[in-house]
Structure formats: C-alpha cells, structure tokens
Write a protein that binds this ligand. Structure first.
Ligand SMILES: Nc1nc2c(c(=O)[nH]1)N[C@H]1C(S)=C(S)[C@@H](COP(=O)(O)OP(=O)(O)OC[C@H]3O[C@@H](n4cnc5c(=O)[nH]c(N)nc54)[C@H](O)[C@@H]3O)O[C@H]1N2
Ligand SMILES: Nc1nc2c(c(=O)[nH]1)N[C@H]1C(S)=C(S)[C@@H](COP(=O)(O)OP(=O)(O)OC[C@H]3O[C@@H](n4cnc5c(=O)[nH]c(N)nc54)[C@H](O)[C@@H]3O)O[C@H]1N2
Ligand SMILES: [Mo]
Length: 839
C-alpha cells in the first residue's frame, strides 16, 4: 500500500469491503448500523433529519480526550477533535486520531494462532513444534468465552507446573493515556492478584540513567521533577550547551499526557532573552530554538564523553574550576582530576585528544570552556546519549563537568537530563499525586533490567550482572503482554524472533494487527482511549481531564480491565482484582482518593460529579506554584539538605560503583570506546553510524498507519536521512530505494538527502511497523521491507551497571536497492479464519 488516502480508504472499508470481506466489519452485527458514535461517517450514513435530531441530543458540555501527545476537545457533533485552546503549541498527531483508531487494522475479535489452538484443544496432528510457526500461521477467530477459558487454563497450567516465576509479565510499553485504563497498571495488578510474575525494572528510555543517578545525585524521577522551569531558564541561562539537541518533536509527548506544550515557546523565550545555544549533535535540526541563536557543532556519535572530559580538563587547567563548590558539595573530584590529567593511563584528556576522537576542532573546545566559565551555563544531555554502549558515561560526565563549573543549584545553571525528551521537563506546575491504580504485591522476586528480554528468553538459568547484583535469568514458559510492542522497541529483532519461539504460550492484548499481535498465540482485542471514559493525569501537567468515550469500540474489542476482570473470575481472584467495582466505580474511587489527598495539603478539588461535568480541572488555579530551581536547597545548605547518596553529596567518584569492579563502568566518568562507532575497526566494513531517533510523526509504533506518519513516507517506506556526500559516494539520489544492512539484518528505506545530517551518519527514526519478507523467521537475510531500524541495532546492555538499551551504538552500510521492491505488508491483516458458527 504505497500511499493511503485515508478518507477514501475508510469509506471503502466501511461501506464496500464488509460485503466482500467477512473479516472486516464495523457493521454492528445486531442492527446492521454503523457503530461509530459521533463520527462523521455515522452522521453521513444517517438520514438528514435523524442527524439533526442527534445533534440536538448532544450534551452542551464539551467532551475531552487525552493522549500522550495532547488534550483534545470533541466538537459538539463529535466529528472532529480540536486541541485544547490553552495549548500554546499543539502536537501534529492528535487531530487524526478519530480516523486512525477507526482503521481496518483494528482487531475485531479474539483470535488464536492455528497451531497453538490445535495444541490447546489436544488436536495435535500437525508436524513439528508449533512454536516454530509463530508469526507465519493463520489465526482462528474465537468467541470471547473460549478465548478467556483458554487464557485462564494456560495461566493455571503454567502456575501449577512451573510456578508464577515462569510467567513473564513485564509487558513494557507506553500503551495509552488515562490513569485507570492504563494497560501496564492493569496487567501488573492482575498478575499480582494471581500470585505474581517476573517483572522488569528501568525503562528503554533511561536504562543506564535510572541505574546510575541514585548513586550520583538522586533517582531520575525526583531529578526530572525539579528541573528549572522554563521561566527560570529564560531569566537566567545565557549559554545553553546541548549534547543531542532539544528536539521539540520529542517534547511533543508526555507519559499519559502533554496538555500544554512548552518546549518550543520555552526555547524561543530563552533566545529572546539573549541566550546562545551550542549544540553538539550528529544532526543539525534537533534544537528548536530560532536558528540565529544556535551554533551546530557536528560530533561523531558516541564521542560526547570525550568532549565533556576535555571541557572539564580545560577549565581545571586554566584554574577556572570552582574549588569551593567541589569541596563543599561533591566527593571524588581529585580522583577524577588525576584521571583527566593522565595519572592512571598517561593520557591527558585535553582538547586535542578529544578533537581526534570526536571530530570537533580543539580550538573550539578550548574557547567554549572559557565561555562556559564566564556566564550562567546549562549543560543539557539528551537521553539518546545514554541509550548507547557505555551510556552511563555521558550522563555522569555531564554532572561532573557541571560540578567543575560550580553552577549547580543556581537558577538556570548546572546540568539537565534533559530538556527535550518529554514535555514534563521545565514544567512550572506543582508535583502533586494524581489518581493511581494500586498494583498489589508481587509474589515473585525475579526480575530483569527491561532491555535484557532476549537474553532472558535465550538463557534461562544463566547468571548476569546488574547494578552491583548477580542475578539469574528465570525460565519463562508464558509471556503476557498488554500495552507495549517488543517488535517495535527491542534491538536486534532477528534475534528476538528466534528467542520468541521458546515460551510455550504468548498472550497479547492489542488494538491493531501489528507484528506484535501477529507474533502471539492468543490475541485479545483491546479498546482505545477514545473508546473509554477515563481520567487523564500526568505529573506536573496543568490539567486533570475527565476523558469521555467519544467512539464505539470496533467489533468485539474490550477494555483491558474487562478482560482481566473476566480472567480473574475464572481464576478465583476477582474479589482482589476488581474489589467489587466496575470501571465507572473505579474512576470515581480513584478520583476521590486523589481529591482526599489534595484536601490534606489544603487544596480543594471539586467532587467527582462536578469534575466530570466540568470536563477539566485546572490545577494551576488550585495548587501553589513557585519558581523551580534544580538543587537550590542542596546548594544553599548541603548539611541541612543532603542528597540521598552515600556521601549526601554529588558523587564525581562513587565508591559504591567502584566497589562493583566493573571494567565497563568504573568509579568515575571515563572515556570507553563502544564496539560500534565511527572510530571502531568495524567501521571499515560498515562506515555509517545509525541514529535511530524518536519519530516526529508518531509515538514509537503508535499511529504509524495514521495520516501524519504516512505523509512522511516515500514509496510507503520510512525515510532514511543521509548527507549528500555519503549519498553521492554511493550513487544514491533523493527518493531512491535503499537497502541498509549489517551482519544482524537488513531493511529497505527511502533515501532523503539531507545536509542537516553530518557525513558518516545515517538517521532512520524508529516506529515503522516491523515487516519482514517472512514474519517469524529470525535470520539476517530476512529483509525487512518497511524501514524498521531495530533489525540493525545491537542487543547489548549499556554496561554491567545499567544493562540499558544501547540502540544508538550501531554501524551500518547502505546501498541503492536495485531489485524489484517487494510489496509492503505491514499495514495489512493476517490470514483470519472465522470462528465456527460466526462470521
Ligand atoms: N532503535 C531504537 N529502538 C528504541 C528506541 C530508540 O531510541 N532506538 N527507543 C526506545 C524507547 S525510549 C521506548 S520508550 C520504546 C517504546 O516502545 P513501546 O512503548 O513498546 O512502543 P509503542 O509503539 O508505544 O507500543 C505500545 C503498544 O501498545 C498498544 N496499545 C496502546 N494503547 C493500548 C491499550 O490501551 N491497551 C492495549 N492492550 N494496548 C494498547 C499499541 O497499539 C502499541 O502496539 O522503544 C525503544 N526502542
Ligand atoms: N514524537 C515523538 N516524541 C517522543 C517519542 C516518540 O516516539 N515520538 N518517544 C518519547 C520517548 S519514550 C523518549 S524516551 C524520548 C527520548 O528522547 P531522546 O532519547 O532524547 O530522543 P532521540 O530522538 O532518540 O534522540 C535525541 C537526539 O539525540 C541525538 N543523538 C543520538 N545519538 C547521539 C550521540 O551519540 N551524540 C549526540 N550528541 N547526539 C546524539 C539524535 O540525533 C537525536 O536528535 O522521546 C519521547 N518523545
Ligand atoms: Mo522511551
């Protein structure tokens, strides 16, 4: 499907295809009417007078929905969504949601992979191990009752024979906004109610950072919540040194909501006050301040730590370090200084040394060190830098460099981790607890760092290191996933495909027939946020949102909560899981709990009915606001406000980490070469560094089929951006079909010649739905047709400390693809066999 004209497409799918395609129906079985409440299609299908009548019945109250990328009001007729009027810079993703969630790719009813179903029904017969056929078999549609019976039976069997520690329920993923119908909260609460599951810790976003920061300053969540607000930055910061930019396309989103987009206006305000930006980055277009305020310094990917060390060396050598701050607020400065000056390895980490590694002129680094010491300076390090081999180092070096400058705790000074990744950072709003669904207690102790998924499936019983501990991979028989997409998010997908054949059963709740659903054994169709009443809340966002059900679920899709409640009934734990409440009662309960907590701090929230009637609760009017200055109290009095580190101070050298004895993460920030970067021997064969950054027009794999994402593709394939010189050297023209490859895999993409990408770098954003020639086969020759970078990325931990995702350390080569392009199948349905007696 090279290009989708959505309106025509939907029209055809809704009005024509149902008659020729029995597996697709938004046609309500009972009445033969279309069940898209409030949509323009529904109205169009109604006689005119009926439509008018419908309109009159609409409540006058504005109805809202919330998504990770914004807050939207439905028009009175429900046909369209409008960004909330208070949002100064709405995301480009939202308005098309009504169409995107009405897609024919939605899963209509429960379905089971044919071979697994035969095994469950004791029908055997088919040759070989059916697990080998995950991804390649047809799905048999089931009645809900049978699907739930099968899921309950499998959970019960695995618990009985192998114990709850054989169930992996980590279920990582962003799912959808809404505090009750949040798939992760639901799946974890459910699995806890039946005795527990193997969980994950940390995130793909911040694996290295989350493990590291408690040793050095404080846990990431607490640090993020106290980043200087944008007003403080505008008033004070005069030099903004960015490693990896401040991409407003990333700050488009926030976990569970970005209701008031602050990043782009915040950067503009900084520039208007005279702040200058220096951006060390492999791409020029990721710092969204006015161009005249920004200096782009191209840097070899993964070499940022070397530059930070050289800046610190330059400051110390010139005597411009803040000796008093280092003595009163930090520990371990001397040991790091000795390392910078070559005491242990004979290498002086000066500007000339860093220039060789990074490609940044030494002279510029020397001058920059002086500029940083001369004015209020902020050092901003994008999360992408720690999603790399030795990803702990750029975070640690940013903090140590800021400590040397001595501006930590001053308004607008110090370090930031980071402005850009999420809307949250720089929020002026108070941090208050919102409605939260309690998860219960997990009866299983075993866990993995989130990105060690394939290792776990491949190596049950093997020991591994993580953050000072020696852990053992559990033996997983059943995988339960709701609200995430490992065939989007995990590295080295060919390897994951092979490991994915090992569990006996894989159960997935999904909305769409993406690769994740197609790689499962039992697929249970989930509703979308637009189809549920819920409560929207995200930490330090301005509003609490009464989310309204704006559309009917497709087919027989059910809420994750309803699915788990039905399973809990079968397993005898529904009293624990539901506590006797239906979804509406839960919403009232969660809101009322949060309002009671507010009351204790003297903030009076309206009661639940008044909240729902109003649609929005404006916290700015209710909760006190004060300028947010990061680490101000600690700076003012480190004895009275110590940090939660062993020393109570910033740990430039950490005795704890040194004590772990990890060569790949010693006791202070160091330069360590990744195995894949442009300075590595492997670059002779694979001379381009792959940057698989976050996509501008979708959230990960979500909305890849939507209009904004589709409009950016070329020939239906994801655009790969590369420098015109690299393209010319390979005879590649703009728009050409490309094959990007390394030893782990290969994918197709469309060439975009782009001077904003430095030579030696290829940028292919994440999120194109995984679409190999043969789904279910995990060999490197299985060409991915759509442009999913995770067939190329390396699946290793950042280090033994963090074991974080290291996607950004990856070398590739690229060539024009001269063969006939294989047709795309990412956005098509699998083979579906209707249930006996239905369809
Ligand atoms: N190469 C490379 N890979 C990366 C990264 C990178 O920088 N480079 N970044 C990583 C990062 S930071 C992250 S956070 C991950 C993101 O990885 P994920 O969070 O796994 O990605 P999503 O596409 O958001 O997956 C969410 C899935 O949940 C489904 N879903 C949405 N709402 C609901 C719901 O209400 N119920 C149910 N049952 N399902 C729902 C969606 O259809 C979708 O398939 O990717 C990581 N992968
Ligand atoms: N639109 C949109 N926004 C998103 C998301 C999304 O899917 N879509 N995902 C969200 C999520 S889950 C997360 S965790 C955050 C992630 O936020 P980040 O991790 O900060 O985002 P990335 O886009 O991966 O990378 C940011 C920039 O770092 C640069 N970069 C990569 N490697 C290097 C390097 O070695 N050195 C330097 N100097 N720069 C480098 C890239 O060129 C890129 O422009 O984004 C969030 N925002
Ligand atoms: Mo993330």
């Amino acid at each position: 499907m090279p290009f989708i004209d959505w309106r025509r497409f939907i029209w055809r799918r809704v009005f024509i295809d149902p008659y020729i395609d029995p597996y697709f129906s938004y046609i309500d079985k009972a009445g033969g009417t279309i069940t898209l409440a409030g949509s323009h299609l529904a109205v169009a299908a109604m006689p005119a007078h009926h439509a008018r009548q419908k309109k009159k019945e609409m409540p006058a109250q504005t109805r809202y929905t919330a998504s990770h990328w914004g807050l939207y009001a439905a028009s009175a007729d429900g046909r369209t969504l409008q960004p909330h009027a208070g949002d100064p810079y709405p995301s480009l993703l939202g308005q098309d949601m009504l169409a995107a969630y009405r897609s024919p790719l939605r899963i209509q009813r429960p379905a089971a992979r044919a071979g697994w179903l035969a095994r469950m029904r004791g029908e055997g017969g088919s040759a070989g191990d059916d697990r080998e056929r995950r991804g390649s078999e047809a799905f048999v549609e089931l009645e809900w009752e049978e699907a739930l019976d099968l899921a309950a039976h499998e959970l019960q069997r695995v618990r009985k024979h192998h114990g709850n520690a054989a169930i992996f329920g980590g279920s990582y993923g962003w799912a959808s906004a809404g505090r009750f119908h949040h798939a992760q909260s639901q799946v974890h609460r459910f699995l806890n109610s039946i005795g527990g599951y193997v969980r994950h810790v940390d995130s793909y976003s911040l694996g290295a950072g989350r493990a590291l920061l408690p040793h050095l300053v404080m846990p990431m969540d607490e640090l993020m919540a106290q980043h200087h607000d944008w007003n403080v930055l505008a008033a004070h910061t005069r030099l903004f040194v960015a490693f990896g930019g401040v991409p407003a396309k990333n700050a488009q989103v926030g976990a569970s909501g970005a209701f008031e987009h602050r990043c782009r206006p915040g950067l503009a305000a900084l520039a208007a006050k005279g702040c200058r930006f220096v951006n060390f980055s492999p791409v020029a277009d990721n710092l969204d301040a006015p161009a005249e305020a920004v200096e782009w310094i191209p840097i070899r990917p993964n070499s940022d730590t070397a530059v930070m060390l050289a800046l610190a060396h330059g400051l110390i050598a010139a005597g411009r370090h803040d000796a008093a701050f280092l003595a009163s607020h930090c520990v371990g400065f001397e040991r790091w200084r000795d390392y910078l000056f070559g005491a242990d390895d004979g290498i002086v980490k000066d500007a000339d040394w860093a220039a060789d590694l990074s490609g940044v002129p030494a002279e510029r680094l020397r001058r920059l060190a002086q500029e940083m010491a001369a004015q209020r300076t902020l050092i901003n390090c994008a999360w992408a830098l720690q999603r790399a081999e030795h990803g702990e180092q750029p975070f640690w070096a940013s903090i140590a460099l800021a400590a040397v400058l001595g501006q930590i705790g001053l308004p607008g000074g110090g370090f930031a981790l980071a402005y850009g990744p999420l809307n949250l950072m720089g929020s002026p709003h108070a941090r208050v607890p919102g409605p939260t669904l309690a998860q219960g207690r997990n009866g299983v102790g075993a866990y993995i760092p989130v990105a060690r998924l394939t290792d776990m499936l491949e190596q049950p019983g093997e020991a591994f290191d993580y953050n000072g501990q020696r852990l053992v991979y559990p033996d997983i028989r059943l995988v339960y996933w709701a609200g995430g997409n490992p065939f989007h998010h995990h590295q080295d997908l060919n390897r994951l495909v092979r490991a994915w054949k090992r569990p006996q059963t894989i159960i997935v709740h999904e909305q769409f027939w993406n690769a994740h659903a197609r790689m499962a054994d039992l697929v249970l169709p989930a509703t979308a946020a637009l189809e549920r009443d819920d409560i929207g809340f995200s930490t330090r966002e301005r509003h609490v949102v009464a989310m309204s059900r704006l559309a009917e679920p497709p087919g027989e899709a059910r809420d994750d909560y309803a699915i788990f409640a039905a399973l809990a009934r079968r397993l005898g734990t529904d009293a624990v899981f539901t506590e006797g409440r239906d979804a509406a009662e839960w919403l009232r309960h969660l809101y009322t709990e949060a309002a009671a907590k507010a009351e204790l701090r003297g903030s009076r929230w309206p009661d639940y009915d008044a909240f729902r009637a109003a649609g929005l609760l404006d916290l700015a009017a209710l909760e006190p606001q004060a300028p947010v200055v990061m680490l101000a109290a600690f700076r003012a009095d480190p004895a009275a406000h110590p940090l939660p580190t062993p020393s109570g101070r910033i740990e430039i050298h950490s005795a704890t980490i040194a004590g772990f004895g990890y060569a790949d993460c010693p006791g202070h920030p160091v330069w360590r070469e990744p195995r894949e970067w442009l300075g590595a021997p492997a670059a002779a064969e694979f001379p381009l560094h792959l940057i698989s950054d976050q996509p501008v027009a979708r959230l990960h794999s979500q909305l890849d089929h939507g209009p904004a994402s589709q409009a950016r593709k070329l020939h239906g394939r994801e655009p790969a951006h590369l420098n015109p010189a690299d393209a010319a050297a390979r005879g590649i023209g703009d728009g050409d079909l490309l094959r990007i490859h390394n030893r782990r895999g290969a994918c197709l993409a469309s060439a975009r010649l782009d001077p904003a990408v430095m030579p030696g770098v290829l940028r292919l954003s994440t999120g194109a739905w995984y679409d190999p020639l043969r789904l279910g086969e995990g060999d490197a020759a299985n060409l991915e047709k759509h442009g999913n970078p995770n067939v190329l990325t390396r699946d290793i931990g950042s280090s033994r400390l963090g074991q974080g995702c290291a996607a950004h350390s990856c070398l590739v080569e690229v060539e024009r693809y001269l063969g006939e392009a294989p047709p795309l199948s990412a956005h098509t349905l699998p083979r579906l066999i209707p249930a006996a007696g239905t369809g």
